[in-house]
Design a protein around this ligand. Structure first.
Ligand code: HXC
Length: 291
């Protein structure tokens, strides 16, 4: 879909880039020539991913153990990157989540998610953005959200609240930082199954392929390449007028829950025929009454 050197010369940081969606996106950026920075809480997976990408794509890949819940640690890490040059791209991918009835959540359970997703993502964005502004260096910031920023979501309330806050951050900072050449967009993926997320969101197969066939108009989960391509497009030059947008990438899944009639996808042709007849009957009766 893209030229191999599309991201040549760009320095891109992916938080949570050692595994899952973060690793997939970092891989695609490296494949298209970017210099990669990945950070996360587990040193071993970061080291493995960095080694793998370096060998495959012959591009510099740096990794650092970091817990984004600490502003001090974040600030220190971002400063160390900027010592060698500014970033051109940031992907806010690091997150935490698990399914739980909200009545069973302790305050610490809420904080476990909100401290990573809501606070941590702001800390990284702020530490990067303030330095970019000072250096007058333009860049693209992409946050990985979820479609529940538009719908809310039962059973993952701390994540839904936190990611909705980041949707507001995306829109707000697109305006505030637009004059500095910093653009902010977000991707709201539907299901893109990864080991880490699915162990917490679908521990007993709650989200299965058969459930997608019913709930997603395209009848399937997302292909990783589709997410990689959209993230790459948002980080590349060429469409810089695009800012402040959260783009759903979900096979229209969330739109099916958005209306009173969304469950009608299960109605058969025969049932539609009966429905049509019933409506016609009502219309004809009305006409008779009017004449
Ligand atoms: C209820 C739970 C719980 C659970 C933890 N807690 N798991 N409560 N149900 N299943 C509570 C604990 O009891 C404790 O509260 C508090 O949360 C902190 O627990 P810790 O284990 O100490 O937390 P911590 O080590 O900080 O781990 C953070 C985490 C963990 C978020 C809980 O899952 C994690 O590190 N996840 C990172 C990776 C991840 O989650 N990836 C999925 C991202 S998916 P008490 O009161 O008992 O002390 C995503 C969106 C996907 O973001 C969208 C798909 C459509």
């Amino acid at each position: 879909m893209f030229k191999d050197n599309l991201l040549q010369g760009k320095r891109i940081l992916v938080t949570g880039g050692g595994t899952g969606l973060g690793k997939e996106m970092a891989t695609h950026f490296a494949q298209h020539g970017a210099e990669i920075f990945i950070c996360g809480r587990r040193n071993n997976v970061l080291e493995e991913t960095a080694q793998e990408l370096k060998e495959k794509f012959d591009t510099p890949v740096h990794y650092q153990t970091l817990d984004i819940r600490s502003y001090q640690d974040v600030d220190h890490y971002i400063e160390s990157i900027f010592q060698t040059g500014p970033l051109d791209g940031l992907v806010n991918n690091a997150a935490g989540n698990f399914i739980s009835p909200t009545k069973d959540l302790s305050p610490r359970g809420f904080d476990a998610i909100a401290n990573i997703v809501f606070h941590g993502t702001f800390y990284v964005t702020h530490a990067v953005g303030t330095r970019l502004i000072e250096l007058q260096h333009k860049a693209s910031i992409v946050s990985i959200l979820a479609t529940w920023v538009w719908t809310g979501s039962a059973y993952v309330v701390p994540s839904a609240m936190s990611k909705t806050g980041l949707d507001a951050m995306t829109k707000s900072l697109a305006v505030e930082w637009g004059p500095y050449g910093i653009r902010l967009n977000a991707i709201a993926p539907g299901p893109f199954p990864t080991e880490g997320a699915w162990a917490r969101l679908s521990p007993n197969g709650e989200l299965s392929e058969s459930s997608y066939e019913k709930s997603i108009p395209l009848g399937r989960a997302g292909d990783m390449e589709e997410l990689q391509n959209l993230a790459t497009f948002l980080l590349a030059d060429g469409c810089e007028y695009l800012t402040g947008q959260t783009i759903g990438l979900d096979g229209a899944q969330y739109l099916t829950g958005g209306g009173t009639f969304s469950n009608l996808s299960e109605v058969t042709d025969d049932q539609w025929s009966e429905i049509r007849n019933a409506i016609r009957k009502t219309n004809n009766k009305d006409k008779k009454d009017r004449s």
